[in-house]
Design a protein around this ligand. Structure first.
Ligand SMILES: *Cc1c(COP(=O)(O)O)cnc(C)c1O
Length: 374
């Protein structure tokens, strides 16, 4: 039994005929950039997310950058982001000469907290980037209200949570990524909706912002060979769009498979007091991009080694707070964010994907349980 963090091979084998046919269609048409596959995927994703505009692009990092450029953020503007996230979120802020303002996260959901965001607002603050980390929505309703009050933009980093629903206090729900001024996502192969290379997209309900993002993603071009702005070259190619259009039909099924695996883990670990299983926020469904345990006070490296001996991989997402990364030293004004520090020291993620069998889950949970002597 080979166990991996993500099993894309088995996932592909189950939809091979459909994927192969879609890929062959693109090859036969020789329309490798743009064309019907990109349009079809864009429209299907708009429908799925219930959002007016999807703007496909080359990857999730580009999506974040294009969003900030489309919002015309200027050097020196402050953008509030969680300190516990993948580097891409804060990296583009620095790249554009903006100031990343790193804030602490919630110890239960790992997501940005509205009280910390509010405390970080200054006259230079222009935007907030909530990250829906590990597959669960940040608490968007109070974040949107705070943004409105202070006239700030909200860019959702939805790279890990595509397919999740956020529930508002009036009982209505919206897909993550469709709530802020922009939503950004990644189709990196291991993401919940992954292609077979690189890909990404922006989402927005605002016609003017959609137009601005489209222009920026295409060299600032408004008409062929007329360039109104400095833009970038960021496209989702037709092969990736064809693959994504097939996989989108299975996204809900994939989310359910991940949730089932997470439920299995939860049940297996519920009596191990040294382990804290992931908390489900009542206002969000969880699509489990990662299944992340907290084990404060226990030897995380020893568990990792114990699992590795039995052929079970595990990962630390993320071992270092962003403000301790060398690249971010220039923006850090000292002090530590206690929850971020604590999480970086105590989290461990187990294999989670769409192809976990009961046998594999039994083996993984058995190995974890034996480490804790139960
Ligand atoms: C993967 C990821 C990104 C970047 O996506 P790429 O397609 O790899 O550029 C951004 N933010 C988060 C939270 C991610 O997990």
């Amino acid at each position: 039994m080979h166990i991996s963090m993500v099993d894309l091979k088995t996932q592909y084998s189950r939809i091979k005929d459909e994927i192969d046919a879609a890929v062959m269609e693109v090859l036969a048409s020789s329309q490798f950039i743009g064309g019907p596959k990109v349009i079809s995927f864009r429209e299907n994703l708009e429908k799925y997310l219930g959002v007016k505009h999807v703007i496909p692009c080359a990857n999730g990092t580009d999506a974040l950058q294009i969003a900030m450029m489309a919002l015309e953020l200027k050097p020196g503007d402050e953008v509030i982001v969680p300190a516990f996230t993948y580097v891409a979120t804060a990296e583009v802020i620095g790249l554009l000469g903006l100031v990343p303002v790193l804030t602490d996260v919630d110890p239960e959901t790992f997501n940005i907290r509205v009280d910390h965001v509010e405390a970080a607002i200054t006259p230079r603050t222009k935007a907030i980037v909530p990250v829906h980390l590990f597959g669960q929505s940040a608490d968007m309703e109070p974040i949107m209200a705070l943004a409105k009050k202070h006239n700030l933009y909200v860019i959702e980093d939805n790279a890990q949570a595509i397919g999740a629903d956020y529930r508002f206090s009036d009982g209505t729900s919206q897909k993550t990524g469709s709530i802020g001024h922009f939503g950004c996502t990644s189709f990196f192969p291991s993401k919940n909706l992954g292609c077979y290379g690189d890909g990404g997209a922006l989402m927005t309900n605002d016609d003017a912002l959609a137009n601005a993002a489209r222009i920026i993603a295409n060299h600032g071009q408004t008409k062929l060979y007329y360039h109104d702005k400095i833009g970038v070259n960021s496209r989702l190619d037709a092969l990736q769009a064809a693959i994504l259009d097939v996989k989108l039909k299975y996204l809900d099924e994939y989310c359910n498979a991940r949730r089932d695996a997470a439920d299995y883990y939860d049940r297996a670990f519920k009596d191990i007091s040294a382990l804290k299983t992931p908390v489900r926020h009542p206002n969000s469904t969880h699509v489990f991009h990662q299944y992340t345990l907290q084990m404060p006070g226990s030897d995380r490296e020893a568990l990792k080694a114990h699992l590795a001996e039995q052929g079970i991989p595990s990962m630390i997402y993320y071992p270092v707070p962003l403000y301790k990364q060398k690249a971010f030293q220039g923006w850090w004004h000292g002090g530590v964010l206690p929850v971020t520090e604590h999480l970086c020291e105590s989290v461990i993620s187990l294999p989670i994907h769409t192809e976990l069998t009961k046998e594999t889950l039994e083996k993984i949970t058995g190995a974890v349980r034996s480490f804790f002597g139960s």
